[in-house]
Design a protein. Structure first.
Length: 504
């Protein structure tokens, strides 16, 4: 088969200039677009966190004022809850400002853990508030009854609080889901539970008002009972948030993610096994370490291609993931003796070919060709071959003997000159090729002289279905006959082509 190339027309300077300008503009727009997108994300997260701080500050102040004037423990507990929400909102604002910083020399996995740490602090504050609220509620229920005064202002502040909490929880949830922010998710969870707890407190105040109007004394305890319910809500939210933050701080893998990644990676062609998958999270990014088993005969370049395919498979499960793939060479189950011999050579970073194995009286004898650097001294080359042969015998004990033909691997471009077409030599070579019935045609005979030696190359046409082993044997025999018919030939290269090849 012969491939012909057509030289493209040379572009003008104006065309090259336009292409360069377009390329530079495209690259600049890509970089600026990425930076703009990142900056837009940071600005949006900081803005929603700052708005939450102002909202929590206003609601806390209102609840404190109304709680003191009415004496309602339910409102005061809600004020304490809102005060903690204020602290949590401030911590969230600080954490989203720090967590979005890029990785540096001291924080090579980024600053995303700050969000998990801030959520952990919020959990501690919430649990501390629960202890105080429960203590005061039990005190008012059994030891020190306090008369409260439900007022219109008390109901209004609870309704306003519920409206603000609904608005902030929606805004925080939207941004948290958009950018997968754990700190904003925790803040959104705080505000959403405030809606229910504020509603419970309002109901408690309403029951106290009903009890006072109709003389139902046991309803006077509805306010501290509402406070206990608020504490229960806070405990529930705190344990849920604590579990999430502790999981993040302890690098707990997302539920089901490991099994989904293993199933996705197993679909990659060429893998022998998926040895290990480890996942951790920092902020809104995941980090995955994947160890895979590859046949030890796989080339380094192919292992890199497989690693890229494994990375794409992981991204199909967790898109925002930093993936590290480690490939481990392993013997394949269907590995034959030729594969085992080549595997040992590959381990020594050597290339063997033309491996031949003969079974003589029950003993295996191996012959092989080995390419080595042409500048390598014979003594060093022979020592390396001896070491490799010893390892082959250990790897394949059934081998009785090994004979290695050492070839020099060219590493320099040799200057040569084209010889004018030699019709006599071409006719002699074609006549020799005609001696082989399976060779259908001989064409494109070229002769070159390199360092005083004559090189000849030609294309030979064979039947389409002729086995490759037979093609190799015929090519070798033809090479020998060429050198017999033309002793001046130093090297012969024969390119086999199928009879249906129409590109000649």
């Amino acid at each position: 088969m012969q491939t012909r190339f057509t030289r493209p027309s040379r572009p003008g300077l104006a065309e090259l200039r336009d292409k360069a300008i377009i390329t530079v503009m495209w690259g600049a727009s890509t970089i600026l677009g990425s930076e703009f997108s990142s900056e837009s994300m940071r600005a949006e997260k900081r803005a929603v966190a700052a708005h939450s701080v102002f909202a929590a500050l206003a609601i806390t102040a209102l609840k404190i004022v109304v709680g003191i004037t009415t004496g309602s423990l339910g409102i005061l507990s809600e004020a304490a809850h809102s005060f903690l929400d204020l602290i949590a909102a401030v911590i969230t604002l600080f954490s989203v400002r720090v967590s979005d910083k890029p990785a540096d020399a001291d924080h090579q996995y980024g600053h995303g853990k700050v969000e998990s740490f801030s959520a952990f602090i919020e959990t501690g504050l919430l649990l501390l508030t629960c202890v105080v609220i429960i203590y005061e509620a039990i005190k008012r229920l059994f030891f020190h009854h306090i008369e409260i005064e439900p007022t219109l202002a008390a109901f209004l502040v609870m309704l306003v609080s519920m409206a603000v909490d609904f608005w902030r929880s929606r805004a925080l949830s939207r941004i948290a889901n958009k950018y997968d922010s754990q700190a904003l998710q925790a803040d959104a969870l705080h505000f959403s539970t405030d809606i229910w707890s504020s509603g419970v407190v309002a109901c408690g105040l309403a029951l106290v008002l009903v009890g006072r109007k109709f003389g139902i004394t046991w309803l006077f305890d509805a306010d501290p009972i509402a406070a206990l319910f608020v504490a229960g809500v806070i405990v529930f939210v705190s344990t849920r948030l604590a579990r999430q933050t502790i999981d993040a701080l302890l690098d707990t893998a997302p539920a089901g993610a490991r099994s989904r990644i293993i199933n996705a990676v197993r679909s990659v062609d060429g893998l022998l096994e998926v040895d290990r998958v480890r996942i951790r999270r920092a902020g809104n990014r995941y980090f995955a370490d994947v160890s895979i088993g590859l046949a030890r005969s796989v080339t380094f370049q192919r292992s890199g291609q497989v690693a890229d395919e494994v990375t794409r498979a992981v991204h199909g499960v967790l898109p925002n993931t930093d993936v590290i793939v480690r490939s481990v060479p392993k013997p394949a189950l269907a590995e034959n003796i030729f594969d085992r011999v080549r595997a040992v050579a590959t381990r020594h970073n050597l290339n063997v070919h033309d491996v031949s194995v003969q079974d003589l009286d029950g003993s295996l004898h191996v012959e092989q060709h080995l390419e080595m650097d042409e500048q390598l001294p014979l003594k060093e080359a022979h020592d390396r071959v001896t070491l490799m042969e010893d390892e082959i015998r250990k790897e394949v004990p059934e081998i009785a003997s090994i004979l290695t033909h050492i070839e020099s691997e060219p590493a320099t471009i040799e200057p040569g000159e084209q010889i004018e077409r030699n019709a006599d030599l071409e006719e002699r070579l074609k006549a020799v090729a005609a001696e082989f019935p399976e060779i259908l045609d001989t064409h494109d005979v070229e002769v070159k002289r390199v360092r005083g030696h004559v090189y000849v190359s030609c294309h030979c046409t064979f039947p389409d279905q002729l086995p490759l082993a037979r093609v190799h044997d015929l090519s070798t025999a033809l090479e020998i006959r060429f050198k017999q018919a033309a002793p001046e030939l130093f090297r012969v290269l024969i390119h086999p082509e199928p009879s249906t090849d129409n590109r000649r």
